[in-house]
Design a protein around this ligand. Sequence first.
Ligand code: BYC
Length: 324
Amino acid sequence: MYAQMVKSEAADDSAEAQAFQARIDAGDKIEPKDWMPAGYRKTLIRQIGQHAHSEIVGQLPEGNWVTRAPTLERKAILLAKVQDEAGHGLYLYCAAETLGVSRDELTEMLLDGRMKYSSIFNYPTLTWADMGAVGWLVDGAAIMNQVPLQRTSYGPYSRAMIRICKEESFHQRQGYDIMMKMAGGTEAQKKMAQDALNRFWYPSLMMFGPSDKDSVHSTQSMAWKIKMNTNDELRQKFVDQTVPQAEYLGLTVPDPDLTWNEEKGGYDFSEPDWSEFYDVLKGNGPCNTERLADRNKAWDDGKWVRDGLLAHAEKRAARKVAAE
Ligand code: BYC
């Protein structure tokens, strides 16, 4: 549906739309009060909203390990990381709000399944090594995708990404640090690290979205500089960056066809199982039901806080009016 809508709105060849495209081509930032095509606005709301939801839902698989982290230091670090993700969600919801959608509307669309969040968060975190793999691979993939988004054409999104990327770098390092400890530990720990890599490798590759030939939005989003690279370009960069890191850990990437291709200056690697990806998107991943149930419960449990804050704000406003 979105694809059709964006396509028809992108076909807008009015003078306004042409001037808008010229601004994008010249590298201008678009700000909230500037004129923008309806399709540009809708695509941004979809992408920023989905991104914000991913940060919030992304707290769940790691939050699962805060109470079970092996040391006080690891607990404090993990807690700080999970809190950072909440902050990222908030910056992104604020950026989306500048486009005329409220955070409550976006939340409702997440909770009733109308909006997506990243497929990766529908996989379980079974062992402590998974905290390493998530930080190393999932945050690593996130950085690969988000660093170019610092140059995205929409001002509030690009500025949110600058801060988010700084924090994501710390997240990636903390994940790799856990992997270093585990991979250099006892046989059992090394096995656990390898098992985490085995389970998170292909789901991490899926984070970049479908292969370019199946990507619905890439062409228009790249013309508008909402996306700066294609899905396959970023996936390739991620593989090229991550394989030597796995080698340094003494772990094996679970891809028997992984080979260095001298000519292209990058690795040839196996595609993820795209039927699994689409199945997860349809709601059939291992944890989809659990994740949405958890977010719905948190929303319902927080109702008294929202009601209290609203009642307080109304009282203050009424007092102000009475005093005037
Ligand atoms: N998961 O035309 P395409 C994080 C959907 S947060 C689910 O290529 P697009 C982190 C796509 O929405 C990570 N859905 O789409 C947080 C579209 O469906 P709709 C999130 C996916 O938008 C906490 C359809 O497939 N990062 O890293 O041009 C802790 C066709 O795809 C996925 C962002 O959101 C997926 N993986 O490109 C740790 C970054 N991939 O909407 C880490 C910003 C595709 O038409 N987003 N779909 O129904 C983007 O850069 C782009 O939206 C994507 C997809 C590259 C993800």
